[in-house]
Structure formats: structure tokens, C-alpha cells
Write a protein that binds this ligand. Structure first.
Ligand code: NAP
Length: 247
């Protein structure tokens, strides 16, 4: 197949692996990053950084760059970008696929409370809890606003809202070992883990640590994403790309 021009909507490790694999298969790719991370781990190949200023901007970019296929490899919780991509590609007749890692599933020895939103998660934590909060930087304020809970809010970039004195912000990037997660929970007297159901291996050690410590987990379910063909591995996407782009 002659090289084809593919846009990867990135921001995940899976998107980086995919960029590498598509380059190796001889395609011309560009990965788009939102620009929210100060020092992002860059994928191989061409990269553009920053929002598109909505669906109109994305449509203009696809047209100007002669993009023939869009692969949405954003994080499972990046709902807005996925919606914009699907709403842009369909009317333009540009095929779109999604690469999405499977969600985590509770084991019989897990103590999960599954909730539909961060707001529900903030309400699900009992008074007096010491929380390990791993939901990112944008929505931590709902937890900071509760005067009756405290803990560690772990994130890569600084929080969108200043944390109050009873919370500590830990700026760290995964992966984390199970031993390190157990130690963090023990040292800080953590009683509850709050996490989004991101799935994948890079951050799953906190679930194992919670299991080891018998700590309850408040698990935020994924948002509903648009109905486009979804693949869970790089290899499956590569096969789909050959099918979609074959003349
Ligand atoms: P979002 O809520 O779905 O999108 C917000 C806005 O950010 C979009 O409307 C778009 O701006 C811009 N944007 C998002 N992804 C983009 C991309 N790949 N390329 C160009 N612009 C992008 O996204 P989010 O949850 O803030 O996540 C932002 C980025 O971080 C995503 O790329 C995602 O893969 C990554 N990420 C997110 C999470 C998470 O928990 N949400 C975790 C790890 C990594 P315009 O409207 O201006 O086009």
C-alpha cells in the first residue's frame, strides 16, 4: 500500500506505540497533543501541539493536511476530543477508528464502589477518610472543597485549583511499582483510593496495593464515547488501517 496520511489524536502511551508502528509500516503520520502537559513524552514522527479550537478547526486541519484517516487514541476520559473528532469526520467522509485500552475489572477480593462521575466520587468518600486521589488535575477541587476529608492528590501537572492545607499534592508520572504504592498508602495512612477507570498496566499497581492493604476503592466509570469502530491493541488497529485504506 502506498504511504497514507494519518492523524493520531494522542496523549497516551498507546498513541505513542501506535505512532511507532504506523511509521514502521510506512505511513505518513502526525500525532496531535492537547498541550496540557509541560514536558510531554513525545511520540516518534511528526507532532503538532495545542487544541484545534473546536470541530471547525479540526475539520480545517484535516483538509489542509490531506488527512485520510483519523485514529482517536486519546485517554478513555478525554470525552470532548473524541466527540469532536467523530462529529468532524463523519460529515467529511473521513474514516475514524478508536484505540482504547480495556477498562479494569473488579476482582472478587476488591472493595469497589463504582460511580458515574467525579462529583459522585467526592460524595462517596466518608467523613474522616484519608484519600489517595488519582483523578488528574482538573477536578480535584471537588475533593479539596470537603473540609472533612484529607489526603494525597497525585497528578503530573499542578492542580487547576490551589489545594487547601489538609491536602498534599504529589507531582509524579507513572509507572509506579506495587511496593511503592503500598508504602505510599501506609506512610500517609490512606483509607480510600479514588481513581478513574483508566485501564492499562501503567497505573494498575495502585489497585493491587489497595487489595494488599484491604483499602476500599471509589472507581469512576468511563464516559460514553461516540460509536466508532474500537480496537484494543496496536496490532488490531494496524490490521484495520490496512482494510480501511486499501484501494
Ligand atoms: P478533552 O476534555 O476531551 O478535550 C478538551 C479539549 O482539549 C478539546 O476540546 C481540544 O481542544 C483539546 N484536546 C484534547 N485532546 C487533544 C489532542 N489529542 N490534540 C489536540 N487537542 C486536544 O481532553 P482532556 O481530558 O482534557 O485530555 C487532554 C489530553 O490529555 C488528551 O489528549 C488526552 O489523551 C490526555 N489525557 C487525558 C487524561 C484524562 O484523564 N482526561 C489522562 C491522561 C491523558 P479544542 O476544542 O481547542 O480542539
Amino acid at each position: 500500500m502506498p504511504p497514507r496520511r494519518i492523524l493520531i489524536l494522542g496523549g497516551t502511551g498507546e498513541a505513542r506505540d501506535l505512532a511507532q508502528a504506523l511509521l514502521a509500516a510506512g505511513h505518513s503520520i502526525v500525532t496531535s497533543l492537547a498541550g496540557v502537559t509541560e514536558k510531554p513524552v513525545l511520540p516518534a514522527g511528526q507532532v503538532r501541539i495545542g487544541g484545534f479550537s473546536g470541530a471547525g478547526g479540526l475539520a480545517a486541519y484535516i483538509s489542509a493536511e490531506n488527512i485520510e484517516l483519523v485514529i482517536d487514541a486519546t485517554h478513555p476520559f478525554a470525552a470532548q476530543m473524541s466527540r469532536q473528532a467523530s462529529e468532524t469526520c463523519r460529515p467529511a467522509g473521513v474514516p475514524i477508528l478508536r484505540l482504547e485500552r480495556p477498562p479494569w475489572e473488579a476482582r472478587s477480593d476488591d472493595r469497589w464502589t463504582t460511580v458515574a462521575s467525579i462529583a459522585e466520587a467526592a460524595n462517596a468518600v466518608p467523613a474522616g477518610a484519608r484519600v489517595l486521589l488519582t483523578i488528574g488535575r482538573k477536578e480535584a477541587a471537588l475533593f479539596f472543597a470537603r473540609g472533612d476529608i484529607s489526603g494525597i492528590a497525585r497528578m503530573i501537572e499542578p492542580p487547576a485549583d490551589q489545594q487547601p492545607a489538609h491536602w498534599c499534592v504529589l507531582r509524579e508520572r507513572p509507572p509506579f511499582s506495587v511496593a511503592a504504592e503500598v508504602e505510599l498508602m501506609t506512610t500517609h495512612g490512606i483509607t480510600h483510593l479514588v481513581t478513574k477507570n483508566a485501564g492499562g498496566d501503567a497505573t494498575a499497581s495502585k489497585l493491587e496495593a489497595a487489595r494488599v492493604r484491604g483499602i476500599p476503592v471509589v472507581m469512576v466509570s468511563r464516559p460514553v464515547k461516540p460509536d466508532v469502530p474500537v480496537f484494543t491493541s496496536t496490532d488490531a488497529v494496524l490490521r484495520a488501517v490496512e482494510r480501511v485504506l486499501s484501494p
